[in-house]
Design a protein around this ligand. Sequence first.
Ligand SMILES: C[S@@+](CC[C@H](N)C(=O)[O-])C[C@H]1O[C@@H](n2cnc3c(N)ncnc32)[C@H](O)[C@@H]1O
Length: 280
Amino acid sequence: MMNTSDIVALREDDGEFSELKTIIKRKIGFNCEQYKQAHLKRRLAVRLRATQSKSYKEYAELLSKNLAEEKQLKETLTVNVTELFRNPETYEAVRATVLPELIKSRGENRNLKIWSAGCSNGEEPYSIAIMLAEYLGMSAKRYNISIMGTDIDEDSLNKAGLGIFHQKQLEKISKERLARFFNKKDDNYQVTDEIRRLVTIKNHDLISGPKLSGFDIIFCRNVTIYFEQKLQEKLYFDFYNALKDGGYFVMGKTETLVGPSCKLFKHVDLKERIYQKKEN
Ligand SMILES: C[S@@+](CC[C@H](N)C(=O)[O-])C[C@H]1O[C@@H](n2cnc3c(N)ncnc32)[C@H](O)[C@@H]1O
């Protein structure tokens, strides 16, 4: 527990803030300018408090010579909160509305390519894989399914690659799902090989990474809320270009299309933030 006497008064200075952002970009490759500045300051304040730094300058000096702090800062800046089947009603809507249409429209083409952008520890791509395995049942074998989970946080990516979850993270998972898609490993559970095989985890920065393409569905949920509006607009254009014709885009429940990107998609389920690429 922290006493009030432990809280160091922060001296905020715009010049020092700018300099710190440059150092952060150089050291850990995190594009500070593109994130909402209030969010950035709140996250930085966590590390300044933890290191008892009184100013951005003092923290910048510490960061420049402390490798462990680089790692801590990156973890603090990337908010990794997630869960398996987060907002189950959204998955239900995708299963009931998107999958039947998508499968029907693809006909004999049995390639399904899905992107979970900002996948954190893997809960989202594995939930998508489980949803597809359940939906397709025995015919899943006849499909070439690829679910790509991407993120910039190395720790998250390592966890995502393993697909191991603690019992506590599985409390909301039904007994049937647990038995069918997870193997017990000591106190933890690992997703079965059948599910892991469908998922590839990669490091990819949505801001500066290469443009991707050819997806049937893109999930980008609870990632862009931290981005400045101009960047949100740009990313929604990127997602539009990354989708195949008639592909679907699923956002987080507190996120909305902004600016000109509103015209690129039609609503499939407004409440669950499911959109479809408009024909051009
Ligand atoms: C709150 S989690 C969302 C996880 C999952 N999509 C969900 O809705 O549960 C946000 C994730 O976005 C990632 N992220 C932040 N900036 C990113 C960027 N520029 N490129 C890729 N991922 C990013 C963070 O590392 C974090 O894991």
